[in-house]
Ligand binder design. Structure first.
Ligand code: PLP
Length: 397
């Protein structure tokens, strides 16, 4: 019954593992879950009030496909004030999560056979979205360049079919943040080769001490005019379930996105749009700063804890978002072991659930989320440490 596209599309492995771990927990298993992609913070009160008021005021009808005017204006204003990008409200399309913005973008930007350059390790959904749109993902291994695409690597992968350079900054799963000069150098190559830049900046507000976030579209008008900035409310405001994201795009791209969305899902939930508007216009800055400080503490706990657990090796300094990527090759015992073997071992024998990297294009790495509380992080590190000692003792004759 299935099309080739559907037959070859695996279900999201990250969502599947997260669901498996949650069902183990529901059955009473003693597991610290570090697989998740959502912060444990609650949605800010201002946003919840905005949603509640939308319901009580009967704002429960279809809205314009690209979203209500005040929300599009508020998103444009925030992009200007926080990230230095100048998009007009007409260039903002609100979507059912950043995920929908990204999925629709590849349909809008690519014809069958067009190529999209992205780096590995990548967010698990990128290659599938690109293929569903009929385009081809061209994956660039960045293990030797600090998990960053470089102008040299980019140039080496450009062909006459290349349409899009896809960036994810800060990155899931590497936690790496590009600096301004690195982004400028990449953007110049994109300009030279007439590529569209799609920049997934959903973690742009979650950058830790020691790193500075730069939005690609802030780098100059010649770059902004070919850049689509994707963002959302899931991470910054801990609003994963509300499903609100956006694309800020050159006008023809925004219009085409709106047309695709109009014929598929229509606008995102009106209630969620009003909640998002309240998150942006309410006084959330103090609370967001408190959360950023807490996330920074968790990052440091995770980073320093992992550094003390050889043979595990932190693959990159986590600078933004809430993931640490760890090289687990030191734990392999058989030639066919991979990060999946280690992840299974940690789940079964240490009671710690981590995400193996195969589906991120990183078969020797596991991803640990520090979106959970400090106590859980400390407990997970303690369990892993005890497990490593047990393995070591077994190895000593
Ligand atoms: N982009 C990246 C890199 C992500 O990690 C995620 C969520 O995990 C998303 C986009 C999608 O976010 P949402 O659809 O919840 O806005």
């Amino acid at each position: 019954m299935l099309s080739t596209r559907a037959r070859t599309l695996p279900a999201s492995s990250t969502a599947a593992l997260d669901a498996h771990v949650k069902s183990l927990l529901a059955d009473g298993a003693d597991v610290v879950n570090l697989t998740g992609g959502e912060l444990d913070f609650p949605t800010p009160d201002q946003a919840c009030d905005g949603g509640r008021q939308a319901i009580s005021r009967g704002l429960t009808r279809y809205t314009p496909v690209a979203g209500i005017g005040p929300l599009r204006e508020a998103v444009a204003r925030r992009l200007e004030t926080h990230w230095g990008c100048s998009y007009a409200a007409a260039q903002i399309v609100t979507t059912n999560g950043a995920k929908q913005a990204l999925a629709q973008l590849f349909t809008v930007l690519c014809d069958p056979g067009d190529e999209v350059i992205l780096q590995a390790p990548y967010w698990v959904s990128f290659p599938h979205m690109i293929r569903l749109a009929g385009a081809t993902p061209v994956v660039v291994d960045t293990a030797d360049t600090g998990f960053k695409l470089t102008p040299e690597l980019l140039r080496a992968h450009i062909t006459p079919s290349t349409r899009v350079m896809l960036l994810n900054n800060p990155s899931n799963p590497t936690g790496v943040v590009y600096d301004r000069q690195e982004l400028l150098a990449l953007a110049r190559v994109a300009v030279e080769h007439d590529l569209v830049i799609v920049s997934d900046e959903i973690y742009g507000d979650l950058v830790h001490e020691g790193a500075t976030f730069t939005s690609v579209a802030s780098l100059g008008p010649d770059i902004a005019e070919r850049t689509v900035t994707v963002g959302g409310f899931s991470k910054t405001y801990a609003m994963t379930g509300w499903r609100i994201g956006f694309a800020a795009a050159p006008l023809p791209v925004a219009a085409a996105l709106t047309a695709v969305q109009g014929h598929t899902s229509s606008a995102p939930s009106s209630i969620s749009q009003y909640a998002a508007l309240a998150a942006l216009t309410g006084d959330t800055d103090v609370e967001l700063a408190r959360r950023a400080a807490e996330l920074n503490t968790r990052r440091t706990l995770m980073r320093d804890g992992l550094a003390a657990l050889p043979p595990l090796r932190l693959a990159a300094e986590p600078q933004g978002g809430f993931f640490a990527l760890v090289d687990v090759r030191g734990l392999y015992r058989h030639p066919d072991d991979d990060a999946g073997t280690v992840a299974r071992d940690l789940l079964e024998h240490a009671g710690v659930a981590v995400m193996p990297g195969r589906d991120f294009g990183a078969p020797d790495l596991v991803r640990l989320s520090y979106a959970v509380g400090a106590e859980d992080i400390a407990q997970a590190l303690h369990r892993i440490s005890t497990h490593l000692k047990t393995i070591n003792d077994r190895r000593i004759p």
